[in-house]
Design a protein around this ligand. Sequence first.
Ligand code: GUN
Ligand code: FE
Length: 454
Amino acid sequence: MNKYTHVFLGTAFSSKSPKEVEILKDHLFCINSKGMIEKIVAPKDADYHPLLDTYQGEENFHRLADGHYLLPGFVDLHVHAPQWAQSGTALDIPLYDWLNTYTFPIESKFSDLEFAKNVYEDVVSTLLGNGTTTALYFATIHKEASLLLAEICSAKGQRGLVGKVVMDLPEQTPEYYRDADAETALAETEEFILAVQELAKSTKQGVYPVVTPRFIPSCTDEALKGLGELAAKYDTYVQSHCSESDWAHGYVQDRFDKNDAFALHDFGLLREKSVMAHCNFLNDQDAELFAETGTAIGHCPISNAYFANSVLPLAHLHAKGIEVGLGSDISGGFSPSLFDNARQVVMSSRMLEDGVNPSLPADERGVPNSRITIDEAFYFATAGGGESLSLPIGRLAENYAWDAQIIDTNLGSSKLPIYDANENLHDIFQKMMYLVQPENIREVWVQGEKVHSR
Ligand code: GUN
Ligand code: FE
């Protein structure tokens, strides 16, 4: 009797460490009924040919075609699902204006469950089609619509971590889009946590509730404190925005006379299961606090180019021991693709390193040692995201979930420029990272189930 639910034969790329991509050439990937990679077998291993003989020709044996390669699914650590409805608009105005004139009006529409369903179905499918197998979502303040997003992730096979957003501070939130008060926001958050935990019981790939104060400026002290307590009580994930822009960073300084990181920590919001988006203005003390508490950074390089007034000193912060993954920040970032975001990680880091002020001497323009390689950017999009969430995802390795994308480099108008049959596999990997379009992503799998194909 065949033991494995699926066996794949192909060449895969997976991060061994932040700096090192492992190339698994013509390996066998044996997937069990729980959707986990139970065994990976190399051509030199004794059981390679016996396994091939057993599975070849069976329906559950998948031999990748020439020019097809396996990558781990992406982990998007910061995405506003409702903002898919405004993606690509008004990215040329400041953050504060963008939130008030575009974002809050759009998000307020999610009181309408029909509207919510249309957008949420599309955004989950779109992310899956872009290779994102796990997403950490902000929904809106509406409990029902937020639960609907979790249900859509569950049904479409995406691993969704979903937060009902809390924003209850009248001075910083419009009347038409605000929780009734802190008490109501906390009660609804608790109901939401329980409902998602119930849904998780019937969701193979996992679905998780996330405690989600939008950011300090939108919340009262009472709400922030209560959310920290709920996170501890139910041992949930926590997400928020931290030290994103001059405006947001300055606001927290004025209100608490300390940086975002310490203010969030005072409310119990920095935990092993916390992911903070942006974090552009973390100083070294803030960074140490992140590392000590196990709080991860959701780095959103495209969004930061528009709204951050700065470039994240990623190499510096990662060297301090902080976990980092990538976020699309739809729609502060316009692209639903973590390929696009990985490309921007490298571009932004080079600008930080080399500086942009030609009136300064070359050695005074930028910040030395800021450069990030494409291998590291790939790590942040995959294994780094998995480590940030403390889940066995983001690698094609034994005892990890079978969350994978099959990339076709031969495809018609999106054919990658590969002309040498013996081209170095790491060069092919780089070309994929820079040039893959959604149409090259032929199949996407989550927890051993096929969730997208084209
Ligand atoms: N800060 C508070 N809310 C938001 C948001 O929706 N997007 C971004 N980029 N920053 C925020
Ligand atoms: Fe955001």
